[in-house]
Design a protein around this ligand. Sequence first.
Ligand code: LLP
Length: 434
Amino acid sequence: MHHFRYSGSDLHCESVDLAAVAKLYGTPTYVYSAATIADNVTRLQRGLAGLDAQICYAMKANSNIAVLRHFANLGCGFDLVSGGELRRVLVAGAEVKRSVFAGVGKTEAEIKLALENEIFSFHVESEPELVRINHVAGTLGVKAPIAIRINPDVDAHTHAKITTGKSDNKFGIPLKYAAAAYEAAAKYPNIHVKGVQMHIGSQLTDVSPFVEAVEKVAPFAAELKAKFGISYFSVGGGIGIVYRDALASGPQSWWDAQPEGKRPITPEAYGAALVPLLQPLGLKILLEPGRFMVGNAGVLVSRVEHLKRGAGKNFLIVDAAMNDLVRPAMYESFHEIVPLRRDTSRRALVADVVGPICESGDCFAKDRQLQEVGEGELIAFLSAGAYGYAMASRYNSRTMAAEVLVQGSKFELINSRESFEHLVAGEKVPAFLK
Ligand code: LLP
């Protein structure tokens, strides 16, 4: 569900014409819908009714400080994975107290920063990490709240690069060693055993792996509550979104029309499956959704540079590239591509949609059917709000794109397009080369 629609023939984000945004701020530009984010938060909260639930938005998906502030205003905490992310939470004027710190390689400096800002809990991935957290907490004279991440060995049936809950992934501690890990954790003088955590993967389109994982971990969570008095169970993130037919995916009728087994997870279905399993535990339940919250709330607007007609192949060359949106190159992922101005009288065009970067991997879509568009016209990559700008780079010395937030008929630049001067600001020629 999202707020990107054609109004007449022009693609709008809420009440804002995307062409007007492109005219003002240029391209490529990410545009996010504040209403979509708010709706996603509300729907997930409603789906979890009956639980004492706390949403910790996985800010790795989109960490713009305006987006973070919006989440904080909506009552969310954050799932963060670095000192940089923690500092973004502070800059956004949001609370670290409602946030959890995940990741397999937290440094001493990061642990210290989190403790100084009263992090809700650390999600611990190994015994050596516990030793380190205990040590840093000791130097500060505090007790560090922790949960151990359990790897439930469940197949999430998603892309190999984003599956995390199998025993051959680097994440968490296998369930069979978890009891011993908790016994050890409880003995550290500067550790407060506060909860238990799991996360099995990203872009799950079926609730059954979540159910399987919760069924495996819930009895253990109950034991931990009895033994150590833990107060929360984090079930991680991973709820998938619609990438195909993303524009049509608003109404319930679209969802009903999908074949059985191909329907994306709704927050209602997620809640209906998990609430009965979690409620009896009597624990606070944390959720760490990233993609579900922001994925369909963002598009990447780009301008067509050329339509190159090759031998048996057309190439639509646009001004966005793999450095701006790496997901298709990295995960072979699908993003819907639509014109900003829809014109049904135009012919169809089948083309590879590519960026200007000098490698063949800089391809957003192969043999994609589109409305014919030409030089200077605008297109949008849909469902780009999660892991879009957040994974962007400066490859080919391309500067970082601009970001804009829309709310109703208002829109504002929330990150200006990077300048060349900023791009090279930290670089210099050493004296021995002069
Ligand atoms: N919690 C933990 C511990 C995680 O590792 C992740 C994501 C999340 C929550 C949020 O997962 P989500 O709700 O967004 O599925 N760059 C990839 C996705 C990587 C996800 C990594 N971990 C992509 O573009 O598909």
